[in-house]
Design a protein around this ligand. Structure first.
Ligand code: F6P
Length: 355
């Protein structure tokens, strides 16, 4: 059995732990298993690049950040567009056949899953694995890489708090997550942020400033966790691209710097901002992710052995389950503004930028 593996989209901690788990399971439990690495995600499959992986390639990578296979972003909307007589999707299907693959593991986020569903529809035997620090893949309680990012961001905010408190400042910390507020919500609560601004709850700039001014009566400093996708209530109806266009006058696509300026001007507090950026995706996976990745990889590999394809691994109530790729492709899991975590955060006094 020839088994391909690729990692696609933005990297995160835990990709190598999944690769290792799949590799070790297959080489030990599937007689005659040949492991084929495809470099640079769908980019490698489009080009037709591959290499044979041996058992030694899977050893010692459990705790390594990033991906030993490399990755790239290949926008879903370009997959079916014909370029020089052939679409990227057609090239991938051709190369899948030329490589003689019996199955392909695609480790990636929501976009990767959409393309995986297309590949499945075209007859490739695909099994997805849910990766992303954004935690926004539909149908799974958690994605791998998320918890490590929560730990990293929580640690970063903890560190920021000591300098903010010393200077009696207001600090905005910009956190990744694309259109989802999970990373900001979880790490904001874990680090004791005073306010959490997430895309799912468009904020009112007056409410934000009032909160900062009011809270300064009891507390000498403030930390505000701002998701990179956070939006003003006045921008809520815009699509991401329209919002980026509307914000061109600020020279930035996120709201953080502008918000810091307004808070500083209106409240008279010394206000700074920090963009955490790519350090949120780097480094070694935490123990939770190592265990999750090992379980996900092992169980997904078992599915390949059983010949069950067209699915993606998921976590539901602590158990590993599977969803049909066609059922989850194109859907996102976002924070419920009225859900228990947001409610609990509000109950303990964390503001969300609304009146
Ligand atoms: O999807 C993961 C993610 O880190 C998002 O949180 C972020 O918006 C995006 O990737 C950044 O992408 P890139 O690596 O292409 O700049």
């Amino acid at each position: 059995m020839k088994i391909g593996i690729l990692t696609s989209g933005g990297d995160c901690a835990g990709l190598n732990a999944v690769i290792r788990s799949i590799g070790l399971y297959c080489t030990r439990n599937i007689p005659g298993a040949e492991m084929i690495g495809i470099p640079d995600g769908y980019g490698g499959l489009i080009r037709g690049d591959s290499f044979r992986m041996q058992e030694k390639d899977f050893e010692d990578i459990l705790d390594r950040g990033g991906t030993v296979l490399g990755t790239s972003r290949q926008p879903f909307k370009r997959m079916t567009v014909e370029e020089n007589g052939e679409s990227r999707l057609e090239k991938m299907c051709d190369n899948y056949k030329k490589m003689g693959l019996d199955c392909l593991f695609t480790l990636g986020g929501a976009g990767t899953h959409k393309t995986a569903a297309l590949l499945g529809f075209e007859g490739c035997n695909v099994i997805g694995l849910p990766k992303t620090i954004d935690n926004d893949i539909y149908g799974t309680d958690v994605t791998f890489g998320f918890q490590t990012a929560v730990e990293v961001v929580t640690d970063a905010i903890d560190r920021i708090k000591t300098t903010v408190a010393s200077h009696r400042r207001t600090m905005l910390v910009e956190i990744m997550g694309n259109k989802a507020g999970w990373l900001t919500l979880h790490s904001g609560i874990a680090a004791g942020a005073d306010m959490i601004l997430i895309p799912e709850i468009p904020f009112d700039i007056d409410a934000v400033c009032e909160f900062v001014a009011d809270s300064r009566r009891d507390k000498p400093y403030n930390v505000i966790a701002v998701a990179e996708g956070a939006t003003l209530a006045s921008e809520a109806a815009y699509k991401k691209s329209e919002r980026a266009f509307a914000r061109q006058y600020m020279g930035e696509t996120t709201i953080t710097r502008h918000l810091a300026e307004v808070i500083g001007e209106r409240t008279g507090t010394e206000t700074r901002y920090t963009v955490l950026g790519y350090l949120q995706r780097g480094g070694t996976p935490c123990a939770f992710d190592r265990l999750l990745c090992s379980r996900l990889g092992g169980v997904a590999a078992q599915l390949a052995k059983e010949g069950r394809f067209g699915v993606t691994a998921a976590v539901s109530g602590g158990r590993i389950t599977f969803n049909a790729l066609s059922d989850i492709a194109g859907k996102y899991k976002l924070v419920d503004p009225n859900g228990p975590t947001v409610k609990f955060a509000k109950d303990i006094g964390i503001a969300t930028g609304t009146k």
